[in-house]
Design a protein around this ligand. Structure first.
Ligand code: NAD
Length: 258
């Protein structure tokens, strides 16, 4: 392998990192704190640019924020071209495919449009971003991919979102395992994380009382912080995690133990 992977020589692509209180944002900051250059892809273009600017200001690392709908192939391939062509950024060494949407709708009320939207953003978005950024990793002989599942995939809902979300997040586990096997020989690892409830704004419509009940149901009696999740993603992208692939990393405060 000719490509050296030392700190400061890699770019991580983080999708879904514009939301100020979100997991993607915390992950992007955590990577930059450890010396990674950061490329943020988000549906919210101005939010992605602002997040990138704030992280650059806080850490001094090269960053870029790009408007991208992960569910649309052309949007993803244009974003990948922009990032790969940016001479301020070192080669892409990792992808954290975090962008996702929730869906708390009961099964009989799910229409086909909602079903497609939830599958498209969560599952197809993961497929498209993995396919767009794998070539750079294969070329460099080094790569880390972390996909975003959920405890909802493992236990069947039970947190906030319901069936389409659980199906999409379970699909991500299948994608992750199969892709891990395909690219292992090329030195690329692919792992998924399955958080329980995390303190973010994704559960739109959840009341204070809903949140209290949710927190009370967790053995550790607290929801995860976004930094808890970011630290696991960072570790999975480190050289220390080079022999970990195809796994589902549970991070749920004991709410689902298998
Ligand atoms: P969030 O709503 O705070 O952030 C999601 C981000 O994704 C936003 O910046 C949003 O603009 C972006 N996004 C949405 N649709 C997009 C699209 N089509 N293309 C590009 N970007 C898009 O959510 P969060 O809580 O930080 O969740 C992040 C991920 O973690 C999601 O995949 C979610 O399903 C998963 N997750 C969250 C929890 C939790 O409790 N918060 C638990 C388990 C898994």
């Amino acid at each position: 392998m000719s490509y050296q992977t030392g700190i400061g020589q890699r770019t991580v692509v983080v999708t879904g990192a514009a939301s100020p209180r979100g997991i993607g944002r915390a992950a992007a900051l955590r990577f930059a704190e450890e010396g990674w250059a950061v490329a943020i892809l988000d549906l919210d273009g101005p939010g992605a640019e602002q997040a990138a600017a704030e992280i650059a200001e806080a850490t001094g690392q090269p960053t870029i924020g790009v408007a991208c709908n992960v569910a649309v192939q052309q949007s993803v391939s244009e974003a990948a071209q922009t990032i790969n062509a940016d001479s301020n950024l070192p080669p892409v060494g990792a992808l954290a495919a975090i962008a996702g949407i929730a869906s708390p709708v009961s099964f009989m009320d799910v229409d086909l449009e909602l079903w497609h939207r939830v599958i498209d953003v969560n599952l197809t978005g993961t497929f498209l971003t993995c396919q767009a950024f794998l070539p750079a990793m294969l070329e460099n002989g080094y790569g880390r991919i972390v996909t975003m599942s959920s405890v909802s995939a493992q236990q069947g809902g039970g947190v906030f979102s319901k069936t389409p979300y659980s199906a999409a997040k379970a699909g991500i586990l299948g994608l992750t395992r199969s892709l891990a096997r395909e690219v292992a020989e090329a030195g690329i690892t692919v792992n998924s994380i399955a958080p329980g409830a995390v303190e973010t704004d994704i559960r739109v419509g959840s009341t204070d009382s809903d949140e209290e009940k949710l927190t009370a149901s967790i053995p550790m009696k607290r929801q995860a912080t976004t930094r808890d999740i970011a630290s696991l993603i960072l570790w999975l992208c480190s050289e220390d995690a080079s022999y970990v692939t195809g796994t589902t990393q549970a991070i749920n405060g004991g709410s689902y133990i298998s």
